[in-house]
Ligand binder design. Structure first.
Ligand SMILES: Nc1ncnc2c1ncn2[C@@H]1O[C@H](COP(=O)(O)OP(=O)(O)OP(=O)(O)O)[C@@H](O)[C@H]1O
Ligand SMILES: [Mg+2]
Length: 278
């Protein structure tokens, strides 16, 4: 199986609920893909995240992680190591009084030797750009720094997949940018990224978008194709990224711009080129 994560006719209903949070969905995610999941509040995004690392089990159907079904108790330890989760509020993930010990926590649970552990922490702290924070108190850091520490704590366990569930929603624009850059970096290192988000700048960076509506996938496409589909945007309550909105207005005014750019940088470059010609 080339696909890292497979959802096979998955339905999930919370115990105390009479509606299906996720309803007969089917999709798979190959290694090193960045998949963003978007949709209105309550459409089932976080439930998909929880299904991916066995925090909840399908009511029917099967979720596989590296060919291992999540509904088999004996697979769960391995699956939770393979699929790391980063949530909205990093504070909820802090357990120690300094950053180094906090990052060490997961490794200690794995029984990693202290020397090996410190090497591992240094390596990932350097990669994420938080080496100078290792002796600080997690609670005293900025929002973006806190989230990077939380990411580092998951990353040291060397997962194949990182699920970010609204991990940038509590951050200011610069914190968001920091975290988006890290997602980019991790993807370039071969990690599969699942980003659940209401932030369309973040969604635009993905290779692929799943759009959810009431527990069902109503679109599965490249971000730019979804952003160019007005009916779908309206139906799913999605805004397009700011730069695309500006570009659209310019096109409406008769300025000749391409509507098929796949990244913010490409749109900005075309705008700059146009600007320097006028
Ligand atoms: N613990 C729970 N118990 C009962 N119902 C739940 C629970 N968590 C979620 N639900 C319901 O399941 C459905 C999907 O919820 P989910 O949290 O997956 O949506 P979401 O797309 O992540 O929403 P949001 O954008 O608000 O985070 C909703 O109808 C929600 O009310
Ligand atoms: Mg959610």
């Amino acid at each position: 199986m080339d696909e890292l994560i497979i959802f096979e006719n998955v339905t999930y209903r919370y115990l105390e609920s009479d509606v299906e949070a996720v309803s007969d969905i089917q999709f798979s995610v190959p290694k090193s893909q960045w998949l963003s999941i978007v949709g209105r509040n309550g459409s089932g995004k976080s439930t998909i995240g929880k299904l991916m690392n066995g925090l909840v089990q399908p009511s029917s159907g099967t979720v596989y992680v590296r060919s291992l079904p999540t509904n088999k108790e004996s697979n769960l330890r391995e699956i939770r190591l393979r699929v790391g989760m980063v949530f909205q509020n990093p504070e909820h993930q802090f357990v120690a009084t300094n950053v180094r010990d906090d990052i060490a926590f997961g490794l200690e649970n794995q029984g990693v030797q202290r020397e090996e552990m410190l090497k591992q922490i240094d390596f990932y702290a350097e990669l994420i750009g938080i080496k100078d924070l290792l002796d600080r108190e997690p609670h005293r850091l900025s929002g973006g720094q806190k989230q990077r520490v939380a990411i580092c704590g998951v990353l040291v366990l060397e997962p194949d997949v990182l699920v970010f569930d609204e991990s940038t929603s509590m951050l200011d624009p610069s914190g968001r940018k920091e975290v988006r850059k890290i997602m980019e970096l991790l993807k370039s290192r071969g990690i599969t990224i699942i980003s659940i988000t209401h932030d369309m700048e973040e969604a635009w960076q993905a290779d692929r978008l799943l759009v959810l509506e009431r527990g069902q996938i109503i679109a599965d496409n490249k971000p730019i194709d979804i952003f160019n589909n007005q009916d779908l945007l309206q139906r799913a309550g999605l805004q397009i990224p700011f730069v695309l909105a500006v570009q659209k207005k310019l096109i409406e005014q008769g300025i000749p711009l391409s509507a098929t750019h796949e990244s913010e940088d490409d749109v900005l470059e075309e705008l700059w080129t146009l600007h320097s010609q006028t």
